[in-house]
Design a binder for this molecule. Structure first.
Ligand code: ADP
Length: 247
């Protein structure tokens, strides 16, 4: 592994909604092996950037180079196939399926009419169970997903993303809406996965969480990257402090 090799290189990414420039000539990189943060005030374009990366929304312009390949202009399945991971927001649990089935089902594509119980092979079940063990949800494997708490759902969603084994894991607010103990655990799991070589790009509002976990951190303001640096550099940057105080 070459240090600081960019796994993801975004250049000039732009998306207008009518007259509003939600993402405006935005550029940043995600070094391979990093836990990269994407922060910014409300409305600065973070969610739109994630949607542009997964092609949930098509960009107006800009290039996306992932693992040495141009992915801009390609459909979502091609990006997922290349190893550009899905986000918490795109991954959704099927309430009537069990926890285990949900983790297995993420690898398949279905229409809503096909939902119900699915056949799970022994190999799939073993892989899913290992991931449920990792996120601490193995004991819930046979429970229907709708019976889970919000925090438990987030853990299962993390297992779903890992089942796809993406090269880059996109996490949209992994610490959002969960209790402090689980936030702590979420951070530990991300760090552990990173120590095995997994690269992360994380959008998160919880500043202590981001500052303790992410490096580098990219700060968005009005759809553009206004600062990039280590947690220390970001915290000391007057323009960053300004952008947040002005929020
Ligand atoms: P963040 O995630 O940083 O809070 P967003 O990416 O959600 O920011 O939004 C950036 C800007 O784009 C906001 O002004 C928001 O209102 C606008 N926006 C986002 N999605 C749409 C959409 N589908 N249609 C119109 N405007 C949108």
């Amino acid at each position: 592994q070459i240090p600081d090799r960019p796994l993801l290189e975004v250049t000039g990414l732009t998306k207008h909604f009518g007259g509003l420039k939600a993402v405006d000539d935005c550029s940043f990189t995600v070094p391979e092996g990093s836990i990269t943060g994407l922060i910014g005030p409300n409305g600065s374009g973070k969610t739109t950037v994630f949607n542009l990366l997964t092609d949930t929304i098509r960009a107006d312009s800009g290039t996306i180079v992932f693992d040495g390949k141009r992915l801009d202009g390609t459909p979502p399945w091609k990006r997922a196939h290349a190893g550009l991971g899905r986000t918490f927001q795109i991954t959704r649990l099927f309430g009537e399926m069990t926890v285990l089935e949900n983790v297995v089902a993420v690898q398949r594509s279905f229409s809503v009419g096909q939902l119900g119980r699915i056949a799970v092979s022994g190999k799939e079940a073993a892989a899913a169970e290992e991931l449920l063990e990792f996120v601490g949800m193995r004991a819930f494997r046979d429970q229907r997903a709708h019976a889970l708490s919000y925090g438990q759902q987030k853990l299962v969603e993390l297992a779903q993303i890992l089942m796809l084994d993406p090269k880059l894991v996109l996490l949209d607010e992994p610490a959002g809406g969960i209790n402090p103990v689980l936030i702590e655990r979420m951070g530990e799991m991300i760090r552990e996965l990173n120590s095995y070589g997994k690269t992360f790009l994380i959008v998160e509002h919880n500043m202590p969480f981001v500052l303790g976990l992410c490096d580098p951190i990219n700060v968005l303001a009005r759809g553009r990257t206004m600062a990039t640096g280590t947690p220390d550099e970001i915290q000391r940057d007057p323009a960053v402090i300004d952008a947040y105080l002005g929020d």
